[in-house]
Design a protein around this ligand. Structure first.
Ligand code: LM2
Ligand code: CA
Length: 459
């Protein structure tokens, strides 16, 4: 059954969205494991509609549950999971289980299908379109439905995608069979795509059929006054916390000093222990409500803050460089090319300030925020118990000051930048925090991430 708990001592998840399996495998070995990441989220692994690589979103239109996709084949997928596990990194797969492709065509794996007919898997009777369950005559979800009734949101079609009748025994079994196949290949958990569009009762039933104890986190986008709320899903798994990134954008374009109380008390936010946080994901970076790599230093600094703050399970996003919001990643005949950092791929997760903060996050686990100070709206500093201390400057000029750190006297390496910090016998440090930069120190005082803790994998 599903494990509704964060995944252990090393819980930072790198979201290597649109990366192919060979590149994820290499990244686990060379960067994610050594930096102290505990997990990696990978793109939907099932076969899908193909648009020949022209768009990124074809992979959100499943054509079947075999594992030939634009990211690689089943043996490459399995090899990736083994490589990540060997590096101490768990693998979470993006599970597209609310719907199938809304367009008849062919797939990356060479299958032919029509809307509502996916040979050997689903036929028209398996979709809400052929029952009376939707409530809208055109069978589509309309914008106004979200503040209306859950029935429309969950039984009608999301942008015309064939909506699976997840109340049905056969459909529940087929979805669970697909997820169990991934678990059999070593997958440790799932990001459940479009969870808002499937009822918690149906999802809970499906999760109950899974082997092992996969970590489940669900995409339920918060909207004020909506019929379907993230809190309806926290009894069956964790949720992706969409308010988190919205608030961070607001405050990094306003006063970060407002973040003193940031967490569950803020409107719409879920309990820390149920939340996976992210500054950006593939949808929000193409929208207007969140920060993205296009915001430059503020985006990186917000990620530094995320890894320092004691709320939720942090996810660090990394996709490809884009200007056309529909364009797909670099590809050859539709199949995604190996990721090259700095050449078509962003790779924030490799940034030394970010890997340093992954080590900070792991070192301060379980400690409370203390020693808060905010000399002005753009500068904040706080400790995590007596294990770590950080100062963040979102201003356009450097800031010099003396701060209480909560740490023992000594000289420490700055894991979020360069140079050293001296803490005096009174626990104070006098530092200059660079513009749009940070100074962070960890008890023990080195830039080396804490030793890897042995992890137990599912399977
Ligand atoms: C998600 N979460 O709930 C994903 O995070 C999001 O990226 C997906 O939308 C969506 N659910 C479905 O899995 C993306 C993309 C859409 C795209 C769909 C399906 O944002 O634009 O829709 O994937 O590929 C596309 C066309 C749309 C068309 C639809 C059906 O853009 O115009 O609607 O396919 O053919 C007629
Ligand atoms: Ca649905």
């Amino acid at each position: 059954t599903a494990q509704a708990a964060p995944p252990g001592d090393r819980d930072v998840i790198a979201n290597l969205w649109s990366w192919n399996w060979n590149s994820v495998a290499r990244e686990c070995t060379d960067h994610l494991g050594p930096a102290g990441y505990g997990g990696v989220q990978v793109s939907p692994p099932q076969d899908s509609l193909t648009r020949g690589g022209a768009v990124w979103w074809d992979v959100y239109q499943p054509a079947g549950y075999t594992l030939t996709s634009k990211f690689g084949n089943e043996s490459q997928f399995a090899a990736m999971v083994r490589a990540c596990h060997a590096a101490g990194v768990r693998v979470y797969a993006d599970a597209v289980i609310n719907h199938m492709t809304g367009q008849g065509s062919t797939s990356y794996g060479g299958a032919s299908f029509g809307k509502y007919t996916y040979p050997g898997l689903y036929s028209p009777a398996d979709f809400h379109y052929y029952s009376e369950d939707c409530g809208n005559t055109d069978n589509l979800i309309h914008d106004g439905d979200y503040t209306g009734s859950a029935r429309n949101v969950q039984n009608c079609e999301l942008v015309g995608l064939s909506d699976l009748e997840t109340e049905e025994e056969y459909v529940r079994g087929a979805i669970a069979g697909y997820l169990n196949k991934l678990i059999g290949l070593g997958v440790d958990g799932f990001r459940v795509d479009a969870a808002k569009h499937t009822s918690p009762a149906d999802l809970g039933n499906i999760y109950g059929r899974l082997s092992g104890s996969p970590y489940i986190y669900q995409e339920v986008i918060y909207g004020s006054g909506e019929a379907v709320q993230p809190g309806q899903y926290t009894g069956i798994g964790d949720v992706l916390e969409f308010q988190y990134g919205r608030y961070l954008r607001e405050k990094f374009y306003g006063n970060i000093s407002d973040l003193r109380t940031f967490g569950e008390s803020w409107g719409g936010m879920q309990p820390s222990g149920r939340s996976v946080t992210f500054v950006a994901n593939h949808d929000t970076e193409r929208g207007t409500g969140a920060l993205s790599y296009k915001d430059g230093a503020a985006y990186r600094l917000a990620t530094v803050f995320q890894l320092a703050w004691n709320y939720g399970t942090p996810q660090v996003y990394d996709g490809f460089t884009w200007s056309d919001r529909e364009a797909g990643p670099p590809h050859t005949n539709g199949f995604v090319r190996d990721a090259v950092c700095g050449s078509g791929w962003e790779c924030l997760h490799r940034d030394p300030a970010i890997t340093g903060m992954v080590g900070f996050h792991n070192a301060v686990r379980g400690t409370a925020v203390a020693n808060w100070s905010a000399p002005n709206g753009n500068v904040i500093a706080f400790s995590r118990g007596t294990r770590g201390w950080i100062a963040i400057n979102n201003g356009t000029g450097s800031h010099a000051g003396t701060f209480p750190t909560g740490l023992p006297a000594g000289t420490y390496a700055n894991v979020a930048g360069s140079g050293t910090v001296t803490v005096n016998g009174g626990g104070q440090a006098t530092v200059t925090v660079p513009a749009k930069g940070a100074v962070a120190i960890v008890a023990g005082g080195t830039t080396t991430p804490p030793a890897q803790v042995p992890v137990t994998f599912n399977v």
